[in-house]
Design a protein around this ligand. Sequence first.
Ligand code: ATP
Ligand code: MG
Length: 902
Amino acid sequence: METAEIRRRWLTYFENRDHTVVPSAPLIYDDPNLLFVNAGMVPFKPYLLGQQTPPWPRATSVQKCVRTGDIEEVGKTSRHGTFFQMNGNFSFGDYFKQGAIELAWGLITTSQTQGGYGLDPERIWPTVFRDDDEAFALWRDLIGVPAERITRRDENDNYWHMGVPGPGGPCSELFYDRGPEYGAEGGPAVDEDRYMEFWNLVFMQDDLSAVRSKADFDVAGPLPAQNIDTGMGLERMASLLQGVDNLYEIDEVFPVLDKAAEMTGKKYGAHSGHAASSSHPDDVHLRVVADHVRSSLMLIGDGVTPGNEGRGYVLRRMLRRAVRAMRLLGYEDVALPHLLPVSKDRMKASYPELETDFARISQIAYAEEDAFRRTLAQGITILDTAVADVKAKANGGSATLGGDQAFALHDTYGFPIDLTLEMAAEQGVAVDQDGFRTLMQEQRARAKADAKAKKHGHADTEVWKELRELGATDWIAYQSLSAEGTVRGLVVDGEQVAELQPGQTGQVVLDRTSFYAESGGQIADSGTITADGSTLKVIDVQRPVKGLVVHTVTVEGGPVTVGSAAYAQVDPDWRLSACQAHSGTHVVHAALRQVLGPSALQSGSYNKPGYLRLDFAWNSALSEATRSEIEEVANLAVRQDLPVSAQYMTLPEAKEWGALALFGETYDEEVRVVEIGGPWSRELCGGTHVAHSSQVGAISLTGESSVGSGVRRVEAMVGIDALRYLGKERTLLSQITGLLKAQSSEELPERIHELLTRVKESEREIARLHQQQLLADAGRLVNEASDVYGVQFASVDLGDGAADDARTLAIDLRQRFGNDRPAVVAVTVTAKGRPSIVVATNEAARRWGVQAGALVKVAAGVLGGGGGGKPDLAQGGGTNPAKTGEALEAGEHAIGSTVPTR
Ligand code: ATP
Ligand code: MG
């Protein structure tokens, strides 16, 4: 059964049983504790934790997940992918253990002809938590699973909590017996490879008052509402229903593996069969390629781009590991353009946006491969120099590359250590691996210490809770730009202090403030606080806990003490610009929906003085005409001088009114609705705004782009900055007009078109001349061919040039020789400092036993590298461009040793 079908059956099954189908959230979800969504329950957390009222009692989803923890394990176990899909069913205070168990059993044991998965009930082994007699009894008595197939396991395996006080509960996991060929008898406790976990049912029933570790916590009592959260691995079910050994062999993944095998000429499973547990390195590399290519596709699809930290780094690592694995398999050419489309074609049935967005996705992936290839080229040069250096110093003795050098290559150039080992070994040089490992460990320890320090810096909410207990901030940002109050608390590095010293940076809490704290996409106000005769420059304002406004300041002047009188003053220019930008955002949003239709809903925004950007649901790029229309509608609304007002009401009232709320935001009982021109724009919003739309000034769209599947972004300049932006564009245009000696800017498109046409023609002419030159040389080379024991041999070093030229010329020369007499052609070329060689043989030469592949090996060896290919045409390369002449000679000699002497 195809994975897409397993997924479809899941959703249908639960939908028919009163579950609301909720689409997968993107992999990047608004949760500061998570790099990526790693379980189906993540988007439902507010409901499961009782922070929000769930809109439905039952829900189901197939959630995209990425777990980065196991990246090194990929390909070595049978059941862990970095990207996978978790099918879940959820009950919020509705059914509990019995319902969850019955639903799960029903789906997996109903026959395939009746819409189920048709697993053999005899091979299913449930586990329950040690003390959970209730679940044990349900499996045994209600479902009829024999007691000896139900395993009781302890906190380490079968108890779920979030690592903090709050909800927790026992789990019941379902394992499938894959048969004796996979391991020892005896159930999940004995062998988790033979008995594979595929579904976890979590029964949230306990209220935990303290959590010290995974297995050490205190249960305060029962939860008021019991919830169900389950997760079934879609890929694991697919591997069972498709009868394959592991996740990498299912229909959504295997075609990429297969393609990689074809490209590298490897036969998957040839060495040790398919069993993941006894894998040959080639098979592991192939699985890594398949897994990482798919994960990268999904990550880029959801808006991640390669970078050096956080999410971007995870993506970069996966892309580079995939490319690297292809190299280890002997494939050195550009690989991703052959692999990524295969993965996309397999995944698009479930995620059609991968197809529509593929131009963007592939561009990002291919650019990263290019960057990595450049890194490798650079690393190889540095490594070669270092190796030559230690060799010279060793003076013929045994040479070792220092751990610090290997570390520098890794750390500075991102050059993988296994590559260093391999390439050093090729030149007979060892690497101080212990030294390398020590340096790596030191670096990791430093990174850990950094992370800890960072965590201490801002995640420490204790201090804010203490200050909040002194009372909520009297917040008058809507009414006034200034506020008189007193200093209620001072904080430095997460600790309360009595005084802030001159020059110091810290946090100030006042009993009353007029400063706007960053929220709803609007950045914090700028301004000053004066206290004790000194000035505090406000550099940030946040609301770390509800009701508490915290200013981050630097002290200019004397010390400031807790309890002193304070005067908060927001910079009025700043505030006006901030109001313009925020009202401008609402205007652009309304204009977007007026032009594109109501489905163009905002999904996020950011605004600061002079600038705004807005992300909205839309699938395709906006045409130039549409952009202009949106800009026109927005500026007409500004010109109409529409009144802007804010009013408070309940959330249902606001919805009744048609006010737009942001998906994924949490709102209080009472909400604030900001209107521009009555119903033209109504949004839930806590930001600051102008009083009339004309105060926004000009709005000028500066850009439109994609930021993830189905999400576009528009950017605009606002107010005086919009005018400045247009002025700059005008200057630029007149510069170009001058450069091209055009009469006016109107002539530019035609001028540039003309120029480009001429450039193209010249390029064509150059290519033609180049080709002519090559062919002229060819005639001469054939005439001057030498005779090696009866074999005609023509060789030439093209010097610097394109790698393709060598091939074209070799094939052309061979053809000129015809087939009457044996002939061999060898051509070298140096592209970007790397020499390569192509050897071609005609049929007569092959009949004499002269093989192009064998000759290339010898010649490329001289160049300090390797190569290979077919008997008629082979290619190789190396690192030393100074040796091309010597390499061609070696090739010529090698002919002598293969032809029969007569
Ligand atoms: P395991 O112990 O096998 O690593 P887990 O206990 O970490 O799994 P859960 O957190 O309980 O898994 O997730 C629920 C289900 O999601 C599992 O039963 C499994 O089917 C699936 N799953 C978890 N991790 C992965 C992964 N890396 N690749 C594929 N499927 C997974
Ligand atoms: Mg589990």
